[in-house]
Design a protein around this ligand. Structure first.
Ligand SMILES: C[S@@+](CC[C@H](N)C(=O)[O-])C[C@H]1O[C@@H](n2cnc3c(N)ncnc32)[C@H](O)[C@@H]1O
Length: 407
C-alpha cells in the first residue's frame, strides 16, 4: 500500500463517503502531513502496516493540525459505517494513547463527516466529552487492536493453520477465567447441557466456553458480549473450528439483551459479574430471557473480605470498573430476580492449585507459550496476573460457582 494509491480514495459502501474525509495511512510519517494538507479530518490507521501510530500523531501535531483519529482494520472491515462504533473506537484510541503520553495533548479526534466537501474542524474536547459511559470503559479495557491476527500467529507458531485448529487448540487463549478449560469442564458438568438445549453465554468473550459446550454436548449457543473485538474474533474462531452453525456471538449488554422473553433453557456467565455493578438488574434481565424452570449458572470472582484490591487485575485497571460483590449479594439478587439458588461451590482451593501448577509449568521457560491469556492482555499480563494471585492468596477474592433455577 502506498500513500498515493490509498490517499483520497473514496469509499462507496453504504453511502458516498467523501474522498478527502478519509485517509488510509501508510508506514511513512510524511503521510500525516499530506493528510493534513488535504484537509482530512479522519485518519484511518491499518494495524498491519503501522504497528505504532504515535509518530503519525506527532507528525499531525507538528503540522499544527489538531484532528486525528484512528480506526482499526477490524472496524473498517465490518462495521465501517456504524458511526457509534467508529466514535467509540476513536475515543478509545485517543484516550489510551494520551494516557500513555504517546501523543501530545493537542492531538484530538474529530468526528468524521459524510459531507462531500468537508472542512477540517479541529474539535475542542471539553470535560463532558471525556466521559465515556461505563460500558464503553469496559469494552475499552478488553479491546486489543489486532486480536484475530495475534491468535492466528500463535497457532502458526505451533504449525497449525486456522483451518486445522480444534476447540482444544484454542483453549489456552479463548477461556478468559481462572482455571481455563478445566474450570469450564467442572462448571458444565453441573448443568444439563444436551443436543436439545438452547443456551445463552452472557459476556461470552471470545466464545471459548460456548464452543466447548457446542462441541461437547451439541447444544445451540447464543453468546453476547460488550467488547466488539472479542465478538468479531470469536466469530472467526467459530468459523475456523467449523462451529458457526452451533454458536452465534453478537455485541450486546447483559443488562438489555436482544432476545425474546423465555427464549433459553439455560443461561450461564463466567467472570462477567465483576464488571456489572447492578446485580439485581442483571439477574432480572437473565430471568426474563430464561424459560420457567431454566438453569442459570454463574462462575465469577467474588469478594471474600472488604480489603482494597491491588490493581490492575485482568477484569479492571482500577477500582472504577471493578464491581466485585460477595456470594451473599449474589444470592440475594438472584432470589429477588425470581431464582432459587440450588448450589454454591467455593473454588478458591482449585484456583490456588491451578496457579501453583501454572507457576511450575512456566518455571525455566524462556518465553510464554504461543497461545495463552497473555495474548489477550499483552504487556499488562505481567502485572494483572500476579496481582490477581496476590488478591486471591490474601483472601480478598475467590472464584465461586452458583447454580440457580428460575421459578
Ligand atoms: C473476563 S472476560 C470473560 C469472558 C468469557 N466469559 C470467558 O470466560 O472467557 C469478561 C467479559 O465480560 C464482558 N462484559 C463485561 N460487562 C458486560 C456487560 N454488561 N454485558 C456484556 N458483556 C460484558 C467483557 O466484554 C468481557 O468480554
Amino acid at each position: 500500500m502506498s500513500q498515493s494509491s490509498e490517499c483520497a480514495r473514496p469509499h462507496r459502501r453504504g453511502f458516498d463517503f467523501c474522498a478527502s474525509a478519509v485517509f488510509l495511512c501508510t508506514q511513512r510519517a510524511q503521510s500525516v502531513g499530506g493528510c493534513a494538507m488535504r484537509g482530512c479530518p479522519l485518519l484511518l490507521w491499518r494495524p498491519e502496516t503501522c504497528q505504532n501510530p504515535a509518530p503519525f500523531c506527532r507528525g499531525f501535531a507538528a503540522q499544527g493540525f489538531t484532528a486525528v483519529s484512528v480506526v482499526s482494520r477490524a472496524v473498517t472491515k465490518t462495521t465501517f459505517f456504524d458511526e457509534n462504533l467508529i466514535e467509540r473506537v476513536l475515543w478509545q484510541f485517543t484516550m489510551k494513547e494520551q494516557r500513555a503520553n504517546a501523543i501530545p495533548a493537542t492531538c484530538r479526534y474529530a468526528r468524521y463527516s459524510a459531507n462531500p466537501t468537508p472542512t477540517p474542524r479541529p474539535v475542542k474536547i471539553n470535560e463532558s466529552d471525556r466521559t465515556m459511559n461505563f460500558e464503553e470503559k469496559i469494552a475499552t479495557h478488553y479491546g486489543h487492536g489486532n486480536l484475530t491476527a495475534a491468535i492466528r500467529s500463535g497457532l502458526q507458531a505451533q504449525g497449525i493453520t486456522p483451518e486445522q485448529a480444534s476447540v482444544e487448540d484454542l483453549g489456552p487463549v479463548d477461556e478468559f477465567h481462572i482455571g481455563g478449560r478445566a474450570a469450564t469442564v467442572h462448571f458444565f458438568d453441573q448443568i444439563d447441557l444436551s443436543e436439545t438445549s438452547k443456551a445463552l453465554d452472557i459476556g461470552c468473550g471470545l466464545g471459548g466456553a460456548a464452543r466447548y459446550a457446542a462441541h461437547s454436548f451439541g447444544s445451540q449457543i447464543e453468546g453476547i458480549d460488550l467488547t466488539p473485538e472479542y465478538v468479531e474474533t470469536g466469530g472467526a474462531l467459530c468459523q475456523w473450528v467449523g462451529l458457526s452453525d452451533k454458536v452465534n456471538l453478537s455485541v450486546a449488554s447483559a443488562l438489555s439483551m436482544p432476545f425474546e422473553s423465555g427464549d433459553f433453557d439455560i443461561a450461564y456467565m463466567m467472570h462477567v459479574g465483576m464488571n456489572i455493578e447492578d446485580k439485581r438488574a442483571l439477574f432480572k434481565e437473565v430471568a426474563r430471557v430464561l424459560k420457567p424452570g431454566g438453569t442459570f449458572a454463574i462462575y465469577d470472582i467474588m469478594r471474600s473480605n472488604d480489603e482494597d484490591l491491588v490493581y490492575p487485575v485482568p477484569w479492571a485497571s482500577s477500582a472504577e470498573t471493578c464491581c466485585l460483590a460477595g456470594p451473599a449479594t449474589y444470592r440475594a439478587a438472584l432470589e429477588e430476580g425470581g431464582f432459587v439458588v440450588r448450589q454454591e461451590n467455593d473454588r478458591r482451593d482449585f484456583a490456588i492449585d491451578f496457579f501453583e501448577k501454572m507457576k511450575k509449568a512456566n518455571a525455566g521457560q524462556k518465553s510464554p507459550p504461543p497461545l495463552g491469556l497473555h495474548v489477550l492482555m499483552q504487556q499488562t499480563t505481567a502485572e494483572k496476573i500476579p496481582n490477581m494471585i496476590a488478591n486471591l492468596q490474601a483472601g480478598r477474592i475467590k472464584p465461586v460457582e452458583i447454580y440457580a433455577v428460575k421459578q
